[in-house]
Ligand binder design. Structure first.
Ligand SMILES: Cc1ncc(COP(=O)(O)O)c(C=O)c1O
Length: 373
């Protein structure tokens, strides 16, 4: 039955270690409090019971690749070839590899954004050009005028998109992806799309379109995906890039060679099972998250000085605290016993990000604490 909510305190949980010994509810780093689907746990146990955990050559691990191929077909109506898949031990290494291989000069990255995405250009000796995220018709989207202008710079060869957007929670529409495709193609800018949250669409009528499934982007894009967020297996270090174009794939693989380790065997097993045996668990989780989303959005919007738009996807809510009479919104939350992610890490100091992938009781307690005078 969903949700199963194990106690994470004694498990080296990054999320729970931060406020260890303090009465602060950790609602920050983006994993959930939900125990994994039983088929994943059973599959991992039986892999461990096999008794050998040696090197694994993922390209030959056909069932896991087949699982991705059929998942893309079922979820997105997207037919991919198994050999477009490049396994990576995380999405963060993957967008850094893309930056290293293709980013020399200026890299376009939307803002606010997941901190490691903001850091990627600098790590790879490139310059980060922040493309602003703006509210239009009650929804966060990209500043397309700015994107068009910056993409035309002669030193710009790469855009890293985060779609669904973390932290703002929007999912690029067909029209928005069309614009991105047109701008990237016109300017010789490769699109690397981090889609780690794409199987967590909460809004009815919204669907995710993988970048490389776009006809105009097939030969000018890298799509990064994983089962990690949706199925809460992020600690297993397994993700994959889908790269239809052979030359882009070759350059990506070359840049990773000798630096990026092979994918973790247990992560590989978990991904395969997540994509083949866990549909019902995912549905239950999505429904639970929809109800948490409504609860947190209504509750936050009732607090003077705070406001939030309902995210279309993810279990993350991006809270505007600019009208709060407090020098640090993060400190204001922590003083009340709630620990979100600081907006400054994402490039917006007047915001904070709340992870609502937790029990409804925990969320209720967090809101109660924030509502207290
Ligand atoms: C947008 C985005 N990309 C990547 C990651 C992490 O990816 P990985 O753990 O696979 O390196 C996160 C985790 O929060 C994320 O939100």
């Amino acid at each position: 039955m969903f949700p199963n909510l194990p106690d994470r305190k004694p498990t080296y949980s990054y999320k729970w270690e931060k406020y260890k010994g303090q009465d602060i509810l950790p609602l920050w780093v983006a994993d959930t409090e939900f125990g994994c689907a039983q088929p994943i746990l059973d599959g991992l146990k039986s892999r461990v019971d096999h008794g050998i955990l040696g090197y694994t050559l993922p390209s030959q691990y056909t069932p896991a690749n087949e699982a991705i191929v059929s998942w893309c077909e079922r979820q997105y109506g997207w037919s991919i070839d198994a050999d477009w898949i490049v396994w990576t031990p995380g999405v963060v290494p993957a967008f850094n590899v893309a930056s290293k291989a293709f980013g020399a000069g200026r890299i376009l990255v939307q803002e606010p954004n997941y901190p490691p995405l903001r850091a990627a250009p600098g790590i790879n000796d490139s310059q980060r050009i922040a493309i602003q995220t703006v509210i239009e018709n009650g929804r966060w989207t990209l500043d397309f005028e700015q994107l068009e202008k910056e993409a035309s710079h002669p030193d710009c060869h790469l855009m890293i998109l985060c779609n669904p957007m973390n932290p703002v929670g929007s999912v690029m529409t067909q029209g928005e992806l069309d614009k991105i495709a047109q701008i990237c193609n016109q300017n010789g800018v490769l699109l690397c799309s981090d889609e780690i949250h794409c199987d967590l669409i909460l809004e009815e009528g919204v669907s995710h379109i993988p970048a490389s499934s776009h006809r105009e982007l097939k030969d000018n894009s890298i799509t990064l995906m994983a089962a990690s967020k949706t199925f809460n297996v992020a600690g297993l270090g397994a993700s994959f890039a889908i790269i239809p174009n052979e030359e882009i794939r070759r350059k990506f693989n070359k840049a990773a060679m000798g630096i990026v380790p092979w994918v973790n065997i247990l992560g590989l097993v978990a991904t395969e099972i997540a994509f083949t045996q866990c549909d019902e668990w995912r549905e239950q989780q999505l429904n639970y998250l929809r109800s948490n989303r409504k609860f947190i959005v209504d509750g936050i919007n009732d607090i003077p000085g705070l406001s939030v738009l309902s995210p279309e996807a993810t279990f993350l809510a991006w809270v505007d605290a600019s009208k709060l009479d407090a020098p640090s919104p993060q400190a204001w939350c922590e003083q009340r016993g709630v620990g979100p992610s600081p907006g400054s890490d994402f490039g917006s100091k007047d915001f904070f990000r709340i992870n609502f992938g937790c029990s409804q009781d925990m969320l209720k307690e967090a809101l109660y604490r924030l509502q207290k005078k």
